[in-house]
Design a protein around this ligand. Structure first.
Ligand code: CP
Length: 321
Protein backbone atom coordinates (compact mmCIF):
# COMPACT_ATOMS: atom_id res chain seq x y z
CA UNK A 1 0.00 0.00 0.00
CA UNK A 2 1.28 3.50 -0.75
CA UNK A 3 -1.79 5.34 0.59
CA UNK A 4 -4.96 4.48 2.54
CA UNK A 5 -7.94 6.44 1.32
CA UNK A 6 -10.43 3.67 0.45
CA UNK A 7 -10.85 -0.10 0.28
CA UNK A 8 -9.50 0.15 -3.28
CA UNK A 9 -6.03 0.89 -1.87
CA UNK A 10 -5.94 -2.50 -0.10
CA UNK A 11 -4.75 -5.55 -2.01
CA UNK A 12 -6.08 -8.14 0.49
CA UNK A 13 -8.66 -6.98 3.07
CA UNK A 14 -8.74 -10.39 4.76
CA UNK A 15 -4.97 -10.20 5.37
CA UNK A 16 -5.25 -6.62 6.69
CA UNK A 17 -7.94 -7.77 9.17
CA UNK A 18 -5.67 -10.65 10.25
CA UNK A 19 -2.77 -8.17 10.67
CA UNK A 20 -4.94 -5.95 12.89
CA UNK A 21 -5.95 -8.89 15.09
CA UNK A 22 -2.31 -10.07 15.31
CA UNK A 23 -1.28 -6.57 16.44
CA UNK A 24 -3.99 -6.68 19.09
CA UNK A 25 -2.29 -9.80 20.48
CA UNK A 26 1.20 -8.35 20.19
CA UNK A 27 1.12 -4.53 19.99
CA UNK A 28 4.84 -3.76 20.38
CA UNK A 29 6.39 -6.38 18.07
CA UNK A 30 7.16 -3.92 15.25
CA UNK A 31 8.60 -0.91 17.10
CA UNK A 32 11.73 -0.99 14.92
CA UNK A 33 9.60 -0.02 11.88
CA UNK A 34 8.73 3.41 13.26
CA UNK A 35 12.14 4.35 14.68
CA UNK A 36 13.09 7.85 13.45
CA UNK A 37 9.83 8.08 11.49
CA UNK A 38 7.24 10.84 12.02
CA UNK A 39 3.48 10.74 11.53
CA UNK A 40 1.73 14.08 11.02
CA UNK A 41 -2.02 14.20 11.73
CA UNK A 42 -3.83 17.13 10.12
CA UNK A 43 -7.38 17.86 11.28
CA UNK A 44 -9.76 20.33 9.67
CA UNK A 45 -12.61 18.99 11.85
CA UNK A 46 -13.13 17.67 15.42
CA UNK A 47 -12.22 14.10 16.43
CA UNK A 48 -11.89 11.93 19.53
CA UNK A 49 -11.44 8.31 18.36
CA UNK A 50 -9.55 8.89 15.11
CA UNK A 51 -7.12 11.31 16.74
CA UNK A 52 -6.30 9.20 19.80
CA UNK A 53 -6.34 5.75 18.18
CA UNK A 54 -4.09 6.81 15.30
CA UNK A 55 -1.65 8.54 17.67
CA UNK A 56 -1.55 5.48 19.92
CA UNK A 57 -1.10 3.17 16.91
CA UNK A 58 1.90 5.23 15.76
CA UNK A 59 3.41 5.23 19.27
CA UNK A 60 3.01 1.43 19.45
CA UNK A 61 5.02 1.22 16.21
CA UNK A 62 7.82 3.42 17.60
CA UNK A 63 6.90 6.54 15.59
CA UNK A 64 6.88 10.15 16.69
CA UNK A 65 3.57 11.97 16.15
CA UNK A 66 2.73 15.62 15.45
CA UNK A 67 -0.87 16.86 15.41
CA UNK A 68 -1.97 20.00 13.55
CA UNK A 69 -5.48 21.36 14.14
CA UNK A 70 -5.45 23.17 10.83
CA UNK A 71 -8.92 24.68 11.24
CA UNK A 72 -7.97 26.42 14.50
CA UNK A 73 -4.19 26.79 14.42
CA UNK A 74 -3.19 26.86 10.75
CA UNK A 75 -3.38 29.52 8.06
CA UNK A 76 -6.58 29.68 6.02
CA UNK A 77 -5.88 27.52 2.96
CA UNK A 78 -6.54 28.31 -0.69
CA UNK A 79 -7.26 25.35 -2.95
CA UNK A 80 -8.13 27.03 -6.26
CA UNK A 81 -5.42 27.38 -8.88
CA UNK A 82 -4.88 30.45 -11.00
CA UNK A 83 -6.49 33.00 -8.70
CA UNK A 84 -5.01 36.11 -7.14
CA UNK A 85 -4.97 35.48 -3.37
CA UNK A 86 -6.22 38.89 -2.34
CA UNK A 87 -9.08 37.57 -0.16
CA UNK A 88 -9.20 35.75 3.18
CA UNK A 89 -7.02 32.73 2.34
CA UNK A 90 -3.39 33.09 3.41
CA UNK A 91 -1.54 30.01 2.15
CA UNK A 92 -2.03 27.81 -0.91
CA UNK A 93 -2.42 24.06 -0.43
CA UNK A 94 0.45 23.60 -2.90
CA UNK A 95 2.90 25.07 -0.38
CA UNK A 96 1.17 23.97 2.85
CA UNK A 97 0.95 20.28 1.90
CA UNK A 98 4.46 20.25 0.41
CA UNK A 99 5.91 21.78 3.60
CA UNK A 100 4.15 19.22 5.84
CA UNK A 101 5.58 16.51 3.61
CA UNK A 102 9.07 17.86 4.41
CA UNK A 103 8.54 17.21 8.13
CA UNK A 104 6.64 13.90 8.07
CA UNK A 105 7.16 10.41 6.64
CA UNK A 106 3.41 9.69 6.63
CA UNK A 107 0.54 12.20 6.84
CA UNK A 108 -3.05 11.66 8.01
CA UNK A 109 -5.77 14.07 6.91
CA UNK A 110 -9.35 14.70 8.08
CA UNK A 111 -11.49 16.98 5.93
CA UNK A 112 -15.29 16.77 6.02
CA UNK A 113 -17.60 17.73 3.13
CA UNK A 114 -19.35 21.10 3.06
CA UNK A 115 -22.64 19.36 2.02
CA UNK A 116 -23.60 22.25 -0.28
CA UNK A 117 -22.22 21.15 -3.67
CA UNK A 118 -22.35 17.39 -4.35
CA UNK A 119 -19.90 17.40 -7.26
CA UNK A 120 -17.39 19.44 -5.29
CA UNK A 121 -17.57 17.07 -2.28
CA UNK A 122 -17.59 13.85 -4.31
CA UNK A 123 -14.63 15.01 -6.46
CA UNK A 124 -12.55 14.98 -3.25
CA UNK A 125 -10.71 18.01 -4.62
CA UNK A 126 -9.09 19.04 -1.33
CA UNK A 127 -8.00 15.51 -0.43
CA UNK A 128 -6.60 14.79 -3.88
CA UNK A 129 -4.66 18.05 -3.96
CA UNK A 130 -3.22 17.35 -0.50
CA UNK A 131 -2.08 13.89 -1.66
CA UNK A 132 -0.61 15.32 -4.87
CA UNK A 133 1.40 18.10 -3.23
CA UNK A 134 2.56 16.56 0.07
CA UNK A 135 4.74 13.90 -1.59
CA UNK A 136 4.43 11.27 1.20
CA UNK A 137 1.93 8.44 1.85
CA UNK A 138 -1.44 9.72 3.12
CA UNK A 139 -3.90 8.01 5.47
CA UNK A 140 -7.50 9.20 5.35
CA UNK A 141 -8.73 10.19 8.79
CA UNK A 142 -12.13 10.77 7.06
CA UNK A 143 -12.63 12.56 3.79
CA UNK A 144 -15.73 14.09 2.19
CA UNK A 145 -16.92 10.66 1.01
CA UNK A 146 -15.14 7.95 3.01
CA UNK A 147 -13.88 6.91 6.48
CA UNK A 148 -11.77 3.81 5.75
CA UNK A 149 -10.02 3.51 9.15
CA UNK A 150 -13.50 3.26 10.72
CA UNK A 151 -14.67 0.71 8.15
CA UNK A 152 -11.58 -1.46 8.62
CA UNK A 153 -12.14 -1.43 12.40
CA UNK A 154 -15.79 -2.38 11.75
CA UNK A 155 -14.79 -5.36 9.60
CA UNK A 156 -12.18 -6.37 12.21
CA UNK A 157 -14.93 -6.26 14.88
CA UNK A 158 -17.31 -8.44 12.84
CA UNK A 159 -14.58 -10.98 11.97
CA UNK A 160 -13.40 -11.10 15.60
CA UNK A 161 -16.83 -11.62 17.15
CA UNK A 162 -18.49 -13.95 14.58
CA UNK A 163 -17.80 -17.53 15.67
CA UNK A 164 -20.31 -19.54 13.58
CA UNK A 165 -19.48 -21.44 10.38
CA UNK A 166 -22.25 -19.70 8.41
CA UNK A 167 -21.90 -16.19 6.96
CA UNK A 168 -23.28 -13.37 9.16
CA UNK A 169 -26.06 -11.11 7.88
CA UNK A 170 -24.94 -7.49 8.29
CA UNK A 171 -27.52 -4.66 8.02
CA UNK A 172 -26.64 -0.97 7.67
CA UNK A 173 -29.68 0.81 9.12
CA UNK A 174 -30.38 4.54 8.72
CA UNK A 175 -31.30 6.31 11.99
CA UNK A 176 -32.68 9.78 12.80
CA UNK A 177 -30.58 12.82 13.70
CA UNK A 178 -31.15 16.53 14.20
CA UNK A 179 -28.30 17.65 11.92
CA UNK A 180 -27.33 17.03 8.31
CA UNK A 181 -24.46 14.52 8.53
CA UNK A 182 -22.06 13.45 5.75
CA UNK A 183 -22.42 10.13 3.91
CA UNK A 184 -18.72 9.29 4.50
CA UNK A 185 -19.20 6.64 7.21
CA UNK A 186 -22.09 4.75 5.54
CA UNK A 187 -20.48 5.05 2.05
CA UNK A 188 -17.26 3.62 3.39
CA UNK A 189 -18.93 0.92 5.53
CA UNK A 190 -20.95 -0.14 2.50
CA UNK A 191 -17.89 -0.18 0.26
CA UNK A 192 -15.99 -2.44 2.70
CA UNK A 193 -19.00 -4.71 3.35
CA UNK A 194 -19.65 -5.06 -0.41
CA UNK A 195 -16.03 -6.09 -0.88
CA UNK A 196 -16.33 -8.58 2.01
CA UNK A 197 -19.57 -9.92 0.49
CA UNK A 198 -17.80 -10.35 -2.87
CA UNK A 199 -15.21 -12.45 -1.00
CA UNK A 200 -18.04 -14.56 0.53
CA UNK A 201 -17.33 -13.33 4.08
CA UNK A 202 -20.87 -12.04 4.83
CA UNK A 203 -24.26 -10.97 3.40
CA UNK A 204 -24.95 -7.24 3.30
CA UNK A 205 -28.20 -5.25 3.34
CA UNK A 206 -28.84 -1.48 3.54
CA UNK A 207 -32.17 -0.17 4.83
CA UNK A 208 -33.23 3.49 4.75
CA UNK A 209 -36.32 5.65 4.20
CA UNK A 210 -37.12 6.75 0.62
CA UNK A 211 -34.80 9.56 -0.45
CA UNK A 212 -31.85 8.48 1.69
CA UNK A 213 -30.31 6.03 -0.82
CA UNK A 214 -26.51 6.20 -0.92
CA UNK A 215 -24.65 6.71 -4.19
CA UNK A 216 -24.69 3.44 -6.16
CA UNK A 217 -20.92 3.81 -6.58
CA UNK A 218 -20.59 2.69 -2.95
CA UNK A 219 -23.20 -0.08 -2.84
CA UNK A 220 -22.38 -2.69 -5.54
CA UNK A 221 -24.06 -5.99 -4.63
CA UNK A 222 -25.79 -4.71 -1.48
CA UNK A 223 -29.47 -5.59 -0.99
CA UNK A 224 -31.32 -2.25 -0.76
CA UNK A 225 -34.48 -2.20 1.38
CA UNK A 226 -36.93 0.37 2.73
CA UNK A 227 -38.81 -1.60 5.41
CA UNK A 228 -36.77 -1.66 8.64
CA UNK A 229 -38.52 -4.64 10.25
CA UNK A 230 -38.22 -6.74 7.08
CA UNK A 231 -34.53 -5.86 6.70
CA UNK A 232 -33.75 -6.75 10.32
CA UNK A 233 -35.16 -10.29 10.02
CA UNK A 234 -32.34 -12.73 10.78
CA UNK A 235 -29.73 -9.96 11.13
CA UNK A 236 -26.56 -10.86 13.05
CA UNK A 237 -25.07 -7.34 13.03
CA UNK A 238 -26.85 -3.99 12.76
CA UNK A 239 -24.74 -0.96 11.90
CA UNK A 240 -26.77 2.05 12.98
CA UNK A 241 -25.94 5.40 11.37
CA UNK A 242 -27.57 8.61 10.26
CA UNK A 243 -26.71 10.31 6.99
CA UNK A 244 -28.18 13.19 5.01
CA UNK A 245 -29.70 12.71 1.57
CA UNK A 246 -27.40 12.08 -1.40
CA UNK A 247 -30.22 12.62 -3.93
CA UNK A 248 -31.34 15.96 -2.45
CA UNK A 249 -27.79 16.63 -1.52
CA UNK A 250 -27.08 17.39 2.14
CA UNK A 251 -30.76 17.75 3.07
CA UNK A 252 -32.56 16.28 6.11
CA UNK A 253 -35.77 14.88 4.56
CA UNK A 254 -38.97 13.99 6.36
CA UNK A 255 -39.23 10.29 7.29
CA UNK A 256 -41.81 8.04 8.95
CA UNK A 257 -41.68 7.40 12.71
CA UNK A 258 -39.96 4.31 14.06
CA UNK A 259 -36.40 4.46 12.70
CA UNK A 260 -34.60 4.71 16.06
CA UNK A 261 -32.99 1.34 16.93
CA UNK A 262 -34.23 -0.11 20.24
CA UNK A 263 -34.70 -3.46 21.98
CA UNK A 264 -38.18 -3.87 20.47
CA UNK A 265 -36.64 -3.99 17.01
CA UNK A 266 -33.93 -6.44 18.10
CA UNK A 267 -36.73 -9.03 18.42
CA UNK A 268 -36.79 -9.32 14.60
CA UNK A 269 -33.08 -10.20 14.51
CA UNK A 270 -30.89 -13.16 15.32
CA UNK A 271 -30.06 -11.51 18.67
CA UNK A 272 -28.01 -9.05 16.60
CA UNK A 273 -24.98 -7.22 17.84
CA UNK A 274 -25.36 -3.46 17.40
CA UNK A 275 -22.58 -1.25 16.05
CA UNK A 276 -22.14 2.51 15.64
CA UNK A 277 -19.01 4.48 14.76
CA UNK A 278 -19.64 7.03 17.58
CA UNK A 279 -20.24 9.76 18.57
CA UNK A 280 -23.89 8.70 18.95
CA UNK A 281 -26.94 10.74 19.97
CA UNK A 282 -28.54 8.62 22.72
CA UNK A 283 -32.25 7.94 22.40
CA UNK A 284 -32.36 9.68 19.02
CA UNK A 285 -30.28 7.35 16.81
CA UNK A 286 -29.94 4.47 19.23
CA UNK A 287 -31.70 3.74 22.52
CA UNK A 288 -29.82 3.86 25.83
CA UNK A 289 -31.16 0.38 26.58
CA UNK A 290 -29.19 -0.98 23.61
CA UNK A 291 -26.08 1.13 24.27
CA UNK A 292 -25.96 0.00 27.91
CA UNK A 293 -27.03 -3.59 27.19
CA UNK A 294 -25.39 -6.86 26.12
CA UNK A 295 -26.00 -6.43 22.37
CA UNK A 296 -23.93 -3.26 22.02
CA UNK A 297 -20.49 -3.57 20.42
CA UNK A 298 -19.79 0.16 20.24
CA UNK A 299 -16.96 0.31 22.80
CA UNK A 300 -15.32 -2.88 21.51
CA UNK A 301 -15.59 -1.42 18.00
CA UNK A 302 -13.99 1.89 19.07
CA UNK A 303 -11.21 -0.11 20.75
CA UNK A 304 -10.51 -1.83 17.46
CA UNK A 305 -9.86 1.54 15.81
CA UNK A 306 -6.38 1.28 17.38
CA UNK A 307 -5.55 -2.06 15.76
CA UNK A 308 -6.99 -1.04 12.40
CA UNK A 309 -4.86 2.13 12.38
CA UNK A 310 -1.79 0.18 13.51
CA UNK A 311 -2.20 -2.41 10.73
CA UNK A 312 -2.44 0.38 8.14
CA UNK A 313 0.55 2.33 9.49
CA UNK A 314 2.63 -0.86 9.71
CA UNK A 315 1.92 -1.63 6.07
CA UNK A 316 2.78 1.94 4.99
CA UNK A 317 6.00 1.94 7.08
CA UNK A 318 7.07 -1.34 5.44
CA UNK A 319 6.69 0.37 2.08
CA UNK A 320 8.93 3.34 2.93
CA UNK A 321 12.42 3.15 1.51
N1 CP B 1 -15.81 7.44 14.70
C1 CP B 1 -14.97 8.50 14.62
O1 CP B 1 -14.30 8.72 13.60
O2 CP B 1 -14.89 9.23 15.76
P1 CP B 1 -14.19 10.66 15.86
O3 CP B 1 -14.94 11.58 14.91
O4 CP B 1 -14.33 11.06 17.29
O5 CP B 1 -12.76 10.53 15.43
Amino acid sequence: MNQFTSVKDVEDIDQLVKDALALKENPYAHQHLGKNKTLGLVFLNPSLRTRLSTQKAAINLGMSVMVMNMDKEGWALETEDGIVMNGTTVEHIREAAAVMGQYCDILGLRSFPKLTNRDEDYNEDFFNKFIKYCGVPVVSLESATRHPLQSLADLVTIRETWKAESKPKVVLAWAPHVKALPQAVPNSFSEWMCKAQELDMLDFTIVQPEGYELSEDFTPGAEIMYNLEEALKGADYIYVKNWSSFKEYGKVLTYPDGWMMNNEKLKYTNDAKVMHCLPVRRDLELSSEILDGPNSLVIHEAGNRLWAAQAVLKDLLQGLS
